[in-house]
Every structure is written in C-alpha cells, then in structure tokens.
Design a protein around this ligand. Structure first.
Ligand SMILES: [Zn+2]
Ligand SMILES: [Zn+2]
Length: 487
C-alpha cells in the first residue's frame, strides 16, 4: 500500500462561474429541493459570483472568473464543485484506477489516498484526472511508501496499518493566541483544552500524545498562558477516551437530536451578539435580567429560548487601523495621523441655536462667494461671523466667546433694542422683531498665541470682512468700518 496526497492548484480562482452554477444546480436537483428553491439559490449564486468588485490602484475591477475568496459562499461552492468532479471522474466505473483506491479523504482542495497500486499507477491516475479539463481543475501529487502529511496529521504505515500523529510544517511558528490578547477570558481559558483535544484525536497512542502535548505546553507558556490553566487542560484532555473524540459528526448529531426531542423544546437557542467589551459581564447580566420581558411577550416568547446565547463579534484591531487592502501606487500624502479634518460650518448638534446655523463649506453673502477652510460650529470661539436675514441683508460681527452665545445676544437685542442699531431697526421694521429665519455663520477663525494681540487681530479681521463684503453699505447692516483697529 502507498500513501498519496493530491492538491488542487488554485481551486478558488480556477472554477468557471457558469460551469460551477451548473454543477450546483445538478446537486440541488438530486437533493429533493423544489424547483423554486433551486432556481432561487442558483440565481443568487450567479449574482454573487458575477458581481464581485474590488478596487486596485484607484481602478475598479469586476472578477469574471473563479470565486472571490472573501465571500462566505466560496468554500461551500468550491467544495461542491470538487464533489461534482469526483462523482463524474473518480467514483465512477469509467475510472480504470478506482480499484486501486483503498481510502479517499478530502478537505476542500487537499486529498489523502491510501493506494493499492504502484507509484506509476498513481501517476497515471493523476494524469487521467488532469485530462478532464472541461472542469478546469489541475492536480499535483505526492506519493510515498512510508509516510505522508495531510493537513495537520502525519500518516505512516506500520505492518499494513495506518498510524497517525500530529504534524507541524517545518516553517510553522508559534501563532497561538496571546494570553494577554483583548479577548473574553473564557475564550483564552478554553484554548489550551481545545488544542490538547486536537492532539488527543490525532495521536493514536498515549505516548505520542504526551510527547506532543509537552511541546504544545512550551508554546503555550511562551504565549503567556498560566501553567495552572495549561496543566488542568492537559489532565482533562488526557482523561478523554480517544474513540469518543473520534465519533463522527453524524453520530454526535444523532445524539443531539435525541436530546432535543427528549427535552421537548423545539426552539433553537437565540444568539445575542455584540462586540466584545470589558463591560461584557455587565452587559451579559443586563441582557439576562431583561430577557423575561421578551419571554413574557405573547408572540416573541414562543420564538426564543429561556436564555439567550451570548456571542461576541470581532473588534477592530491594530491591523485594521494600520493596513488597507486598497493598494495605491500614488499614495496620498495624508494618512490617518495627518489627514485634515472636516471644514466649513457645522451644527454643534447640542444647542438650541443649531437650527439657525447655516451649514456648508462655502456660502454666498452680498453676492460674494466665500469658502470656509476651517471647521466652525455653534461653539467655535474667536470667530468672525455673519448673520444673514431671510431678505438677503446681512451683518458682520466678531466674538471671542462662542458663536451661539453671541448669536443669542443678537436675537435678544432685537427686543431690548440695545446693540447694533441698523440690525435691530431692520429686524423690527421689516420682520416684526421675529428672528426665526435669521441665520448665522462663521467666516474665519482667528489664531494667535498671545491674547492681547489676538483681540486686536480679531477686530482687524472683522473690519477686513466688513470692507470686503461692503457690510457698511448696500445690503449690509453694519454702521461703519472702524479703521482705528489698524492703528
Ligand atoms: Zn449648535
Ligand atoms: Zn431682513
């Protein structure tokens, strides 16, 4: 008996889209699904396959061959496509090499085969598969009489039997989750046990398991796991019966099904999902405490389980912050550290004067178009501003306090008649003292290190704007230009 493995070259990108959908349609037609459901699935799949767009170097592309690796359907699609290939060319009487196949196991694009023929037979078998290129799959292979690695398992022959142990690629590095990582505590505590269980399943003798567990232990320690957690996990894994661990999913599923039936509760457990936060326990408690409200609802109550299953979504990590898959040969000079923020006038979002704030990056006052290059909100200080009346007339002012404070004073001054005379007179005579449609807007923010200079600079800037927009004449409501500020 020989041990062999076959690898499918670039599976995801090799599958012709139309051919792939055709295969899925055929598989569905044998699955007992209705014609309507089959049609729906195939149309959706076609849509997903044919509308994968990506951005590269500022140009948009649409993928026309293969399946995008990122889409959740990719693995199922590729898996079924290969299954359909196998049905047509491997497990068929027209395959002259089928008689040599003692066992055949595949994980997506990796196949393990125990081969009863010679190495030459095997080469011919792979050549035979490669000739079936109407499905556009290419195979490479390895064959050996003693041992073969397959995924994370090393398979060896010993007296006509297959023996297994764990396999790590020589280039593998310690990629176990760091114990200091920002993850829920229980995830980190459970990880060593999960890893030991994997080794327990793979190694077919206790000796091999213990030897590999020792090596895993070193790697866990190197990633910061407390020895007590590691030892407890190791003991638990060692106590497990390997045959139970190897029970196929089908057997486990059958067990679960009988459990569900006996518990007499057909409702599947409702999952409550949120991003992991250090407040996890508080949120968990709040959800559990309030769950009775949902449970007591006549309609919702029937649909949900007694307690929700709480799960976490991945948080944004450092990699998300510093890398981008959007390659650009002409990188912009700004990045997330240096890029300039928003500009123009914005509502602060919290004050009662927000409705009167005229927003935007540019504005038109007295026929003049003005671009505002800094960020100004209702709360901006040291600012030259304009008040714009619904009839088109306007007033220019400045303040070292917040813009909304100054605007409020102007509105009240219309009633008290103490303040800018032309403006007050206009509002009372033309608009019956009603300021509802009066808008305000910042034009320029004054920046200076010393406050004494700053005050002067503010008044000078105000005067410049009064001159520029002719606010003391024509449509303007300012009395005059105060040239003394320039002295
Ligand atoms: Zn505001
Ligand atoms: Zn007016």
């Amino acid at each position: 008996m020989l041990l062999a493995s076959i690898d499918i070259e670039n599976l995801y990108t090799s599958i012709p889209q139309d051919k792939g959908v055709e295969c899925i349609r055929e598989i569905l037609s044998h699955s007992g699904k209705s014609e309507k459901v089959t049609q729906f699935i195939c149309e959706s799949l076609t849509f997903i396959l044919k509308n994968n767009a990506f951005l590269f170097d500022e140009v948009w592309y649409r993928q026309i061959g293969g399946v995008a690796m990122g889409t959740p359907v990719a693995c199922t699609f590729a898996n079924l496509y290969v299954a359909s290939f196998e049905e047509k060319y491997v497990f068929t009487t027209s395959n002259p090499f089928l008689k040599f196949v003692r066992c055949y196991h595949r994980f997506v694009d990796d196949v393990f085969i125990a081969w009863d023929g010679t190495a030459t037979n095997f080469r011919e078998f792979v050549e035979f598969l490669n000739e079936k290129n109407e499905m556009n799959l290419r195979f490479t292979y390895k064959v050996d009489s003693k041992k073969m690695e397959f995924l994370d398992v090393l398979i060896e022959t010993e007296g006509g039997e297959l023996r297994t142990s764990g396999y790590r690629k020589p280039t593998a590095f310690n990629s176990l989750l760091q114990f200091s990582s920002y993850h829920p505590q229980h995830t980190k505590t459970a990880l060593p046990y999960g890893q030991f269980l994997r080794l327990r399943r793979i190694n077919d003798t206790d000796e091999k398991f213990i030897s590999q567990a020792e090596e895993l232990k070193q790697r866990l320690v190197a990633r910061g796991y407390p020895v007590s957690i590691i030892n407890t996990a190791l003991k638990r894994a060692l106590a497990q019966d390997r045959n139970n661990l190897l029970a196929t999913n089908k057997n486990k599923k059958a067990k679960q099904d009988t459990k569900v039936k006996s518990s007499d509760n057909p409702v599947s457990r409702f999952s409550f999902s949120f991003k992991f936060s250090p407040l996890e326990k508080v949120i968990r408690r709040a959800v559990h405490n309030s769950w009775s409200l949902i449970k007591s609802d006549t309609d919702l109550g029937k649909l949900v389980h007694d307690r929700p299953l709480i799960t976490f979504k991945r948080c944004k990590n450092l990699r998300d912050a510093v890398t981008s898959s959007n390659f650009c040969s002409n990188p912009k000079t700004t990045d997330w550290l240096t890029k300039s923020g928003p500009t123009g006038n914005h509502k602060c979002g919290t004050c009662i004067w927000c409705p009167n704030m005229k927003i935007g990056k540019s504005t038109q006052i007295g026929g003049e178009i003005i671009h505002v290059n800094t960020l100004i909100t209702c709360r901006t200080q040291w600012v030259v501003y304009a008040m714009i009346c619904s009839c088109g007339r306007f007033y220019i002012g400045s303040t070292k306090r917040t813009l909304n404070t100054r605007f409020r004073e102007h509105v009240y001054s219309v009633k008290t008649k103490k303040g800018a005379p032309c403006f007050i007179e206009h509002m009372n005579s033309e608009h019956k003292g009603i300021c509802d449609n009066l808008l305000f807007q910042g034009l320029e923010v004054v920046r200076s290190k010393e406050n004494s200079d700053k005050r002067k600079l503010l008044l000078q800037t105000e005067a410049k704007w009064i001159i520029k927009l002719n606010a003391a004449g024509n449509l303007g409501l300012n009395e005059r230009v105060d040239y003394s500020v320039f002295l």
